[in-house]
Ligand binder design. Structure first.
Ligand SMILES: [Zn+2]
Length: 200
């Protein structure tokens, strides 16, 4: 999977996902003409700054979805506590119309640090998404390296961000989860975002 990629589906039972290890797994869930629609996007700094979330939301709206009814979640990624970047990254991110100066902070080495969740959240708000429908899991993959793979932490493994539409009686129409493999025992761990569960 390349950075900046994404998938969407309206097919029940078809699980879609993105593999990440510091980049942000972005999950979207909403209704398009009454039918569930889910998307999974891979957003690193380049994808975030070049508008992968904007494209995902734009596509949902083009298909007929109502933006303020879209549920969204940004999964664990390298957070601003650890995400040191070059000035060219900040320059690119600053071109985004939703940019705010507090999204970049100076790290101890003097290099800037970028808040990827913050930038995605600002874009979501500017695009008309409802902050009450935000199910983000704001954990840092490098701080929590026992639970998640971190590329900057030297890991070659990846975790998945999944989205799936579940059909059938008594079940919620959307089910999305972030899943990682436990580093020590290879057992599966779930970091559920539960987005879209109030949509029936
Ligand atoms: Zn951290």
């Amino acid at each position: 999977m390349r950075e900046g990629d994404g998938h969407w589906t309206q097919e029940a039972g078809r699980r879609i996902g993105v593999r990440v290890a510091d980049c942000v797994p972005v999950l979207l869930a909403g209704l398009v003409h009454g039918k569930p629609w889910v998307a999974a996007l891979h957003a690193g700094w380049r994808g975030t700054a070049s508008g992968i979330l904007r494209r995902g939301i734009g596509l949902y709206a083009e298909l007929g979805g109502n933006r303020n009814e879209l549920y969204f979640a940004f999964g664990p990624c390298i957070q601003s506590c650890h995400f040191e970047v070059g000035p060219e990254v900040i320059e690119l991110a600053m071109r985004d119309p939703a940019w705010r100066d507090d999204l970049a902070t100076a790290g101890p080495s003097g290099k800037p640090r970028l808040d990827l969740h913050g930038l995605l959240g600002a874009q979501a708000e500017e695009m008309g998404l409802d902050p009450k429908k935000d199910g983000s899991v704001k954990l840092c993959t490098l701080c929590e390296q026992q639970r998640f793979y971190s590329h900057r932490g030297g890991d070659s493994g990846r975790q998945w961000g999944w989205a799936e539409i579940l059909g059938g009686c008594g079940r919620q129409p959307f089910h999305t989860e972030l899943k990682s493999i436990d580093r020590n025992s290879a057992s599966e761990r779930h970091h559920s975002t539960e987005i879209g569960t109030s949509v029936v």
